[in-house]
Design a protein around this ligand. Structure first.
Ligand code: NAD
Ligand code: ZN
Length: 355
């Protein structure tokens, strides 16, 4: 079976295009009672970005905290806050921030029209009703969350996204100027998320010309950003993120993402840094990619934390292994159909113990 891939229908790109957002949102305001929810990373609270958000009349400015990556109970609380204004649903939900904020915006827009807790929809194609119109405004480049059909959530039982065609944004606003204040380390970690998406897609057994076309271009852009010295690297990384997302959407990620999910489920390690910590020990699977990653790390002066796992008790390590090995398609993409004979629990444990 071939995947019938749902694309974001509208994209605007360019420095300063954030200013056109008001005009774009206005098309969703169908009557005088229409209102919009802005889901905004609270890092922007009180600064110039907050003043630029085109809030009108009854619109809601919902600041979100992403110190912890999105959890199902946080999504449920945010949804209740918006539902306090029912019977009228908002006409649009706009997410302004990095991958975490974009995923929160996707999840809230879905949960406004689908009954019950978001935990019920962690999985594939469980969402029953279309979401409220939703828009992404990335302020940090790399995750590809702006283009993907998932909103990654950690729930009481699992870390798993709301994967559905309804999850895909209706509009994406790509303004590279918005990323100018991202801290240096974060820029590297989230940028490497994109680099690793490309390596895992291009080195995977699921590779096809669709994924290859996007993955190769994204990889070139990552190299220009992290090995070169370009004045317009913010523009390049924003497009690399988008193309990297397109590449994995039609293939899959691999060993690094599977293991980093285990790390993050047990230790709460954030996605970008978790992928970097993991990738550094995967020479065996991605020799050229890991070598180049280390060169990028050195050029950017990044030191990764070490020794996170060996002091943990066995129960936690076992939970990490179970989480990582539960992601069968990622392993199949990396190692082929017989992946279970290669990536045994012992093998996964030996990799975790190095981290
Ligand atoms: P993030 O959104 O968690 O943000 C990281 C940090 O950067 C936060 O402190 C945030 O406040 C700050 N930040 C964001 N923009 C900033 C700016 N312009 N200036 C200053 N600070 C800024 O980081 P991320 O790496 O973009 O996203 C990670 C999340 O994305 C994880 O929750 C992960 O699960 C998810 N993810 C989702 C997908 C998907 O397809 N849906 C793919 C990959 C990752
Ligand atoms: Zn990723």
């Amino acid at each position: 079976m071939f995947r019938n891939f749902k694309l974001v229908p509208n994209i605007i790109f360019g420095r300063g295009c954030f200013s056109q957002m008001d005009e774009i949102i206005d098309k969703q305001r169908n009557n005088k009672d229409s209102w919009v929810v802005f889901v905004v990373d609270d890092v922007f609270k009180g600064n110039t970005m907050e003043k630029r958000i085109p809030v009108h009349g009854n619109d809601m400015l919902l600041f979100v905290n992403v110190e912890d990556e999105p959890k199902t109970n946080y999504v449920d609380d945010l949804t209740l806050k918006v539902k306090a204004f029912l019977p009228f649903l908002p006409s649009a939900v706009i997410g302004i921030g990095g991958g975490s904020t974009m995923d929160l915006a996707k999840a809230v827009s879905l949960m406004l029209t689908n009954e019950g807790s978001s935990t019920l929809y962690q999985g594939w194609d469980l969402i029953k009703h279309p979401a409220v119109y939703h828009m992404a405004v990335p302020t940090l480049s790399g995750t590809g969350a702006e283009v993907s059909r998932t909103a990654v959530l950690t729930g009481p039982e699992k870390k798993l996204g709301l994967n559905s065609d309804y999850t895909v944004f209706d509009q994406v606003v790509l303004d590279p100027e918005l990323t100018k204040d991202v801290p240096r380390d974060q820029h590297f970690y989230t940028g490497m998320d994109c680099y690793i998406h490309c390596i895992e897609s291009l080195e995977g057994t699921y590779l096809n010309e669709f994924s290859k076309a996007y993955g190769e271009k994204s990889l070139d852009l990552c190299r220009e950003v992290f090995l070169g010295n370009h004045p317009d690297s913010a523009d390049k990384l924003m497009m690399a993120s988008f193309f990297g997302g397109m590449s994995i959407a039609y293939s899959q990620v691999g060993a690094c993402h599977a293991l980093s999910y285990g790390l993050s489920y047990v230790l709460g390690t954030h996605h970008g840094i978790g992928c970097c910590i993991t990738f550094d020990y995967l020479d065996e699977f991605y020799p050229d990619g890991v070598k180049e990653f280390r060169t990028m790390m050195e050029k950017c002066g990044i030191e990764l934390p070490r020794g996170l796992v060996k002091t943990l008790d066995d129960e936690k390590i076992e939970k990490m292994i179970t989480t990582a090995l539960g992601l069968a398609p990622l392993w199949e993409n990396c190692l082929g159909k017989d992946w279970q004979t290669i990536m045994t629990r012992d093998k996964a444990k030996s990799l975790f113990l190095k981290m």
